[in-house]
Write a protein that binds this ligand. Structure first.
Ligand code: COA
Length: 268
């Protein structure tokens, strides 16, 4: 490993460094800081229950990259959980001066090494890794990156388009994405879920609330922390936004399309 790159497991003393990697440009934004606070609470709970669930990469002593992972068994929002399966939630190196130096690769390789040694979250043997392969449009996309790291499309697609890498076992299919059935209690309101795993999730939820209020100023809106209220997520089949008992699919950043879908849901 380049002597300039150092990888460290998460512990109670370096949480702020992990948060800094993803948030260095948003430290002044109070809504984003609330997302950071929620994530810190979540990380402390995970550290207590599972040990390290992240790694920080330092380049010349400065935190520049991170990887976040946890066992499927730890996921409170899932009903059926595969044993000895580890999810990579994200890998991120947002610093152009530190990109393409091997930081992303070292983070993934360090996780794979720990999995092979049975040193991840107290699991012992890890069967396979699943990586959430989403594209934010920034730097190298995660689908491209994970494929470079040897991850492949599992046979029989995972609902979240995840890619997988075998460690000691073969891929096992997860449960099918279930369909949301309209709940009477979801009528005439909006329910927005946010996750404490990512500090962007809460600010995104706040923006969704603002957009919904533009369309329907008097509509009651409930904001729910997914990990604090997993039964609410499970009841709604993991849909992130329900308006008037209708799931909304448009990503909120396509604002006009998003508002049109919300309007349509309110007419239903
Ligand atoms: C994916 C990412 C972590 C890679 O970080 P990195 O430190 O630059 O990665 P590495 O230097 O280890 O490069 C890994 C491989 O990708 C290649 N690569 C990295 N950036 C690249 C780019 N912009 N274009 C093409 N290839 C690229 C490297 O050349 C290397 O390939 P090789 O192993 O075949 O030589 C970084 O680009 C990133 O953060 N992208 C955004 C990911 C994201 O959206 N995360 C979630 C945020 S919420």
């Amino acid at each position: 490993m380049s002597p300039d790159i150092k990888i460290e497991n998460l512990d109670e003393n370096n949480i702020e460094k992990l948060l800094f990697v993803c948030s260095s440009h948003r430290l002044e934004d109070p809504v984003h800081r609330e997302g950071m606070r929620l994530k810190k609470d979540w990380l402390l709970e995970m550290l207590k229950n599972w040990g390290s669930v992240a790694k920080i990469a330092y380049y010349r002593g400065m935190p520049k990259g991170q990887i976040l992972y946890f066992p499927e068994e730890a996921d409170k929002t899932r009903v059926i959980k595969r044993r000895n399966v580890v999810w990579i939630n994200c890998v991120y190196n947002p610093f152009p001066e530190a990109q393409r130096l091997g930081i992303g690769r070292k983070l993934v390789e360090s996780l794979i090494t720990d999995c092979k040694k049975g040193e991840i979250c107290g699991l012992g043997n890890v069967k396979f890794l699943l990586a959430k392969a989403f594209n934010t449009g920034e730097a190298l996309s995660l689908p491209e990156f994970y494929r470079k790291m040897g991850f492949i499309q599992p046979p029989g697609k995972e609902p979240s388009n995840a890619l997988y890498l075998s460690i000691s076992g073969e891929y096992e299919k997860g449960p099918k994405q279930e369909k949301y059935e309209p709940l009477p209690e979801d009528k005439n309101k909006a329910i927005i879920f946010y996750s404490p795993i990512c500090q962007f999730s809460y600010p995104f939820a706040v923006r969704m609330r603002e957009l919904i209020q533009e369309v329907a100023p008097n509509l009651p809106i409930k904001m729910i922390n997914e990990w604090k209220n997993p039964e609410e997520v499970i009841k709604r089949k993991s849909h992130g936004l329900i308006v008037n008992a209708t799931p909304i699919y448009t990503f909120f950043m396509a604002e006009e399309q998003f508002k049109n879908e919300v309007k349509q849901a309110l007419k239903n």
